[in-house]
Ligand binder design. Structure first.
Ligand code: TRP
Length: 383
């Protein structure tokens, strides 16, 4: 890779965005415009947003140059309309929200094996650019990137777009790569190789392991994260899935579940039946930092809010209620949605894909909103 290259890969990067005719736009124009506008909402210096946009485009090879009039480059599982990019805003009390971007760098590949190879190459380019080690990822290669990987992803990465121009890098791997029957064994072996010999035993029962994620690069305490899926979950069970110690408060997990999944808190004893998430399942994520205890240090609950609202106005109301309950400023989120799209929030559903409550030892809970790019299509509202 030409690490020194900063040549704009998109017209949007030089402020020369084409007109409003969507068919003259490329995926790069769409995604870069979103990233620059979101960067400004999140308070990132414009030059740093532009650098991050450049890195994202470069990681995607030829794909960003595709016209939006063409179908998506692949059936990417990153987002419902198969845009291979998704944004997220991580809120915390008393601090500006952090902007992140999730990317499937190999989405232009013909098969999952190539997809994984291209993904790995993209991570190695970033490792050279920002001078970090990929040793942990290299140790995972045979487990997660076999010669004919199965499942709906091979390798994704996310960047935490921090001020200063050096992002936090996270790599997402697929525990189903060697087949869904092998997923548990794959996760156990991966944790073992990373020194977390007791960790697998600590995980809750699950129907599946959608992702295993590694923090690479500039992290104070790099984590290994294991995601688990929980169909038909209800609020009390969501709390019971936590294995972190000290874990979150029961009231926090249950309040978040009710606000994200139902839009309000139960009003009194016996006033509501326990709602179960009958559509897309909730996910949890346990993060491991400390190899000695075998205990996770963090617990996150992901609610796929888009499946439980009729439109994005309702999704924003859910997010606003949850952010307000946890002492965070919700106004940034509305501005972020305006940075993503000019459509009315009531004209579609899916712009807010997930809401997540992240609880880490000795820190107040954070809320993350996952925001769709909608480069290709908008799911109609359910009115
Ligand atoms: N699109 C997938 C899903 O909805 C994967 C995914 C993208 C995801 N962003 C996410 C899963 C954020 C959990 C949280 O499941």
């Amino acid at each position: 890779m030409s690490t020194a290259s900063t040549a704009p890969v998109s017209a949007a990067l030089v402020g020369d965005a084409p007109g409003t005719d969507v068919y003259s736009l490329t995926l790069a124009d769409h995604v870069v415009g979103q990233l620059l506008r979101l960067g400004s909402v999140a308070g990132l210096p414009a030059a740093e947003s532009a650098l991050y946009a450049h890195v994202v485009l470069e990681s995607l090879g030829d794909v960003p140059g595709r016209s939006l009039a063409l179908p998506p480059p692949s059936g990417s599982f990153v987002s419902d309309d198969h845009t291979p990019v998704e944004f997220s805003l991580a809120f915390r009390p008393d601090a500006a929200p952090g902007l992140r971007v999730l990317v499937e760098p190999g989405c232009g590949a013909g098969d999952m094996a190539d997809n994984g190879r291209q993904g790995l190459a993209a991570i190695r380019d970033m490792a050279r650019r920002w001078d970090f080690s990929t040793a942990q990822l290299d140790r995972m290669e045979d487990l997660f990137l076999p010669s004919s990987p199965q499942g709906s992803l091979a390798l994704w990465y996310a960047l935490e777009l921090r001020p200063g121009g050096v992002p936090g890098v996270k790599v997402y791997l697929n525990p189903d790569a060697a087949g869904p029957q092998q997923a548990a064994a794959t996760v156990r072996e991966a944790l073992h190789r990373l020194g977390h010999r007791q960790a697998f035993k600590a995980l809750p029962d699950t129907t599946g392991y959608p992702f295993l994620a590694l923090d690479l690069g500039a992290w104070e305490t790099p984590r290994v994260k294991v995601y688990t899926a929980h169909p038909h979950l209800a609020a009390p069970e969501a709390y019971a899935l936590n294995r972190a110690q000290p874990g979150p408060a029961r009231e926090d997990v249950e309040a978040f579940f009710h606000l994200a999944a139902e839009g309000c808190l139960p009003t009194g004893r016996g006033s509501r039946s326990a709602l179960r998430l009958a559509r897309r399942p909730a996910l949890t994520c346990h993060s491991f930092t400390d190899t000695a205890t075998g205990r996770p240090s963090g617990f996150t609950l992901h609610i796929p809010v888009r499946d439980y609202v009729s439109d994005d106005e309702e999704a924003l109301a859910r997010a606003t209620a949850a952010l307000t309950h946890f002492g965070m400023d919700p106004s940034v989120l509305r501005r972020a949605l305006t940075a993503l799209t000019t459509r009315q929030l009531s004209d579609g559903v899916g712009l807010i894909a997930y809401l997540a409550l992240a609880c880490e030892r000795d820190r107040s809970p954070r809320i993350t909103a996952y925001l769709s790019s909608e480069a290709y299509s908008v799911r109609p509202p359910k009115h």
